[in-house]
Design a protein around this ligand. Sequence first.
Ligand code: SF4
Length: 448
Amino acid sequence: MAMNEPKTYFIRTYGCQMNELDTEIMAGQLHKKGLIAASDEENADLLIFNTCSIRDLAERKVMGKLGRMGRGHKRNQVIGVTGCMAMAKKESLFRKFPHLDFVIGTNNITDLGTVLDEVLYTKRQIVKTDDRFEENLDYLVAKRDNKIKAFVSIIRGCDKFCTYCVVPYTRGQEVSRPPESIVEECKKLVDAGYKEITLLGQNVNSYGKDQPEWNCLFHDLLGKLDKIPGMERIRFMTSHPIDITKELMEAIRDLPSMCEFVHFPIQAGSSRILKKMHRIYTKEQYLEKVALLREIVPNVSLGTDIIVGFPTETEAEFQETYDVLKDIRYSLAFIYAYSPRKGTPAMRWKDDIPEEVKLDRLQRLMALQDEVSNEERARMLGNTYEVLVERFNKDGKMLKGRTRCWKKVIFDGDESLIGTLQQIKVHSFSHETLIGELAKPQGHLKVI
Ligand code: SF4
């Protein structure tokens, strides 16, 4: 067991944006304690794996790594596991990996500093995995590498209990963050020059429901943030369709900083399968909401998540999913084949759809979505869009950014444009990337 006071740290992050933000907050806490970031795992005195449990593969990756480390464990390196796998497996990780020093759950990242001190001075393995999140996290310490876009957490946990999902068991109940604390953080970010803020939560649309006395639901919070002087762009993820309200749709239409992109996970097109997934809405109810959203925000772009091959899904029910994708014509779709997750209610059902059938359904949906996305890109040719310029693309030749509708765009321009909003006329595309040119002579103009 390592005893020297660590001087450097490295955090390996797996999974979703919530984990990325938790990593930024932990990095900020360690900086406050005087540690500096190491260049890689090898050279770090303190090594943290911030883990994901959404799929079996994500866990096996970390377990494999921890196992290999055990055989050649670097003396004096402090090793810890945080995130959803820490919540799911708790102290059982010590039995499997005796070289592990601490396990901190998703609801206890605020305790990283004290846990580290305890490990160093008690020479014992420490585990901290409370089931409920206490709203005492210092979000303002977050150490962000990106200076243009920032994630801001507004609610943690999820109360939906979809039968295939581990999140309610690894991140606990929904706990909303006080609106003043969110407004304060967003003000600081805007003053620091951030142009885009993405509000994060497993289910952001439930914001404020657990604190009725605040009288501040999600659309109210958006109204407060939009009023912050200098606020350019607000995005949010992820939404549960049941909580997408007419008021939220109107906020997207009426608040200038709200980007017209909504991630609207349907998961399946059959109401029988949706019931089995415990998604709490039918296909018809979902389609009604999409129609209302498109009526209120005509230029809105939609993204979605879909699971194919859920237990007992018939070919006809898969066809319903296919038809929904064909009718709604999403701008973006994340499509997965069902894989059973330990600790979820769906584990009680036999995983009865053969892998080759799952693969076939996956490929048919992806082919359809490629068609739909290409059509959408073709419709964008010749039009001009506001783009937030983020950085140079991989080969460093062109600038890269995203439209308000989450479309990737590259164009010629120099470094001075990074971090500004520019108007780009689109003239072609390659795969998922639109290619354009500055619609106006180079300069720092904000355009609508
Ligand atoms: S809404 Fe469902 S899928 Fe999303 S995090 Fe909650 S339980 Fe998981």
